[in-house]
Every structure is written in C-alpha cells, then in structure tokens.
Design a protein around this ligand. Structure first.
Ligand code: NCD
Length: 304
C-alpha cells in the first residue's frame, strides 16, 4: 500500500484530480464501498473539523477507527514519536492520519512506517493537503473549473500550512493567485512566482473571484508581528461592508476568529462558502480513503 499523502506537490495533479472527481461522485451516490481496513487518527495538536471529518469518513466506509491523542498517551512517559507510530502500525493500522505541530512531521512519520499509509492532516507550517483538496472542491462546485480564476489568499500566509497547500493546488489547477498579508506575514516565495501582491484588502477583494481568509496563527507567531488585533482588523479584515462592495466568494478553513480576520456576518453572507467547505471536507476525506485503501473501487465509482 504505502501511497502516502504528504504534500500537494508529492501527491501530484493526477491523484488530486482523481480525489476531487471521486468526492463529487460520492455526493450523489447512495452506494459507498465497505472497506475492511483500520484507520488510526493520531492528533498531536487540537482540531475539530479535520479530526471529526476523517473519523466520520472512515466510519462511513465501515473501517475500524482508533483515535489517538498525544495527551494521555505513553508520550507522557517519554515514548518517542517514531515508537508511537510503529506501535499503531503493529496493532494493524492500514492508514495513519497524522496532525502534528512540527513542520515536516509527515515526512518523518512516513519514513518510520513499513506498511501503513501516512495521511498528513496538517504538519506545523508545512502543508495541509486535504484542506486544499476540500477548498478546491468547494471552488469547483461554484466555478466548474479553476482555469484563469483569480483567488486571493488573505491573512497570515507566513504561518499557514493551508496557504502552502492551497497555493500549490490552485496553481496546478490553473488559477491565478493573489496574496494580501501584512508585510511581516508575507510568505517567502520564489522571486519570480507568478502571484499578485496586494497591500490593500479592498484591492484584493475587487480583483478576486474568490478569497480564502486565514486566521492569525498566534500559536506559531513571535510577538509583535502585527501591531494589534484592532489594527489588523482595520487594515486586513474581510468585513461585511468590504465583502458587500465586492463580488467575491469567501472561504475560511476555520476556526474563525470573528471580528478579527472575518466578520461573523460575513460568515453568514450568501457568498460565503464556509459551510460548504465543512461538508466537502467529509466527502474529500472519504474519497481519499477510498483512493488509498480500495483502488479496486476507484474506476467503478468514477464510471458510475
Ligand atoms: C486549519 C489548520 O488547522 O491548519 N484549520 C483546519 O484544519 N480546518 C487552519 C487554522 O488552524 O487556522
């Protein structure tokens, strides 16, 4: 097996497109395969949407699901990360869904496993490939194709694994990317990367067909990168008023800090796709588990 899911570039365009198409098929299909597989969900960092949607997806497919949280485990007795993963594998896990605070943890974990498939559910500031897939699925639901579409990513791009995965996948799918971030939260990209940089959130909203708004990730941030939350809101927040003046759709991976990067009323706006993102999260993770654990089902579902 071992078809690890580590980053969007490692996954590649073809596998991404298979998963995106499978997810769409599953939305309309009543018959989903029953898999006799064991999925371990190992989270070393808090999560609501990602964790529950993976668990739900695995349950829907009839998998056995074991959930592991760092607190309360033998890590607290000094057991290493590698031994923890080997233990889950030895107990029969076919896939291990990993969320970890360290950037690069997914690659490190994949290197330890000999049989199980590693699924990166977010590692530090590095990548969050399934979030990008569900974001892309949500945009495809609205636009049909991302070719030539203008997508602006607004907020703390520097500390965001969602930014890195979205950026890679949206580009692969032919979109034009814009970035709007405070100077100290601008990601470091290749000099010649074909992105529009917007110092002004209104300009980004006017330019974009859709915006992905990101949270200030203060847990990963040195103090002082933004003057204050009030100042951040004044300059960069997608407020209801700003959204109303544009025609852009709005996405947010959650959790939202209402009134900081996005107004609560903007979350409820008719052009908000945030609830759709959550629903698509379950579909994408179901599709991903089928793609990894049940290759035999992929073509029949796609041809259905
Ligand atoms: C994101 C994450 O954890 O990377 N949320 C998510 O997975 N739904 C974004 C964030 O924490 O801001």
């Amino acid at each position: 097996m071992q078809n690890h899911i580590l980053t969007i570039p490692q996954l590649g365009l073809e596998r991404c497109q298979t998963i995106l198409r499978l997810a769409e098929k599953l939305r309309h299909s009543k018959a989903i395969p029953r898999l006799s597989a064991t999925v371990a969900v190992a989270f070393f960092e808090p999560s609501t949407r990602t964790r529950f949607s993976f668990e739900l997806a695995a349950h829907r497919l009839g998998c056995q699901v074991v959930s592991f949280s760092a607190s309360g485990s033998s890590l607290e007795k000094g057991e290493s990360f590698a031994d923890t993963l080997r233990t889950l594998e030895a107990m029969g896990a076919d896939a291990i869904v990993l969320r970890h605070f360290a950037s690069g943890a997914a690659y490190a974990a994949a290197g330890v496993l000999t049989r199980a498939t590693l699924i990166n559910a977010g590692d530090g500031m590095a990548e969050h490939p399934t979030q990008a897939l569900l974001d892309a699925r949500t945009l495809l639901d609205v636009f049909g194709s991302l070719d030539g579409k203008r997508i602006a990513i607004i907020g703390d791009c520097l500390h965001s694994r969602v930014f890195r995965s979205d950026y890679a996948l949206f580009q692969m799918l032919g979109a034009q990317i814009g970035i709007c971030a405070p100077p100290l939260l601008m990601p470091r990209l290749l000099q010649d990367a074909a992105v529009e940089r917007f110092p002004d959130v209104n300009a980004a909203l006017t330019w974009a067909d859709a915006v992905v708004v990101l949270r200030l990730q203060r847990e990963r941030m040195a103090a002082g990168l933004v003057p204050s939350l009030a100042d951040y809101r004044r300059r960069y927040a997608v407020t209801l008023e700003r959204l109303e003046r544009s025609s852009a759709y709005v996405l947010h991976p959650g959790p939202v800090n209402p009134g900081v990067e996005l107004d609560a009323a903007a979350v409820e706006h008719p052009r908000s796709l945030i609830v759709r993102q959550v629903a698509n999260g379950v579909l994408i993770r179901t599709a991903l588990l089928i793609e990894i654990l049940a290759q035999d089902f992929v073509q029949p579902i796609l041809c259905d």
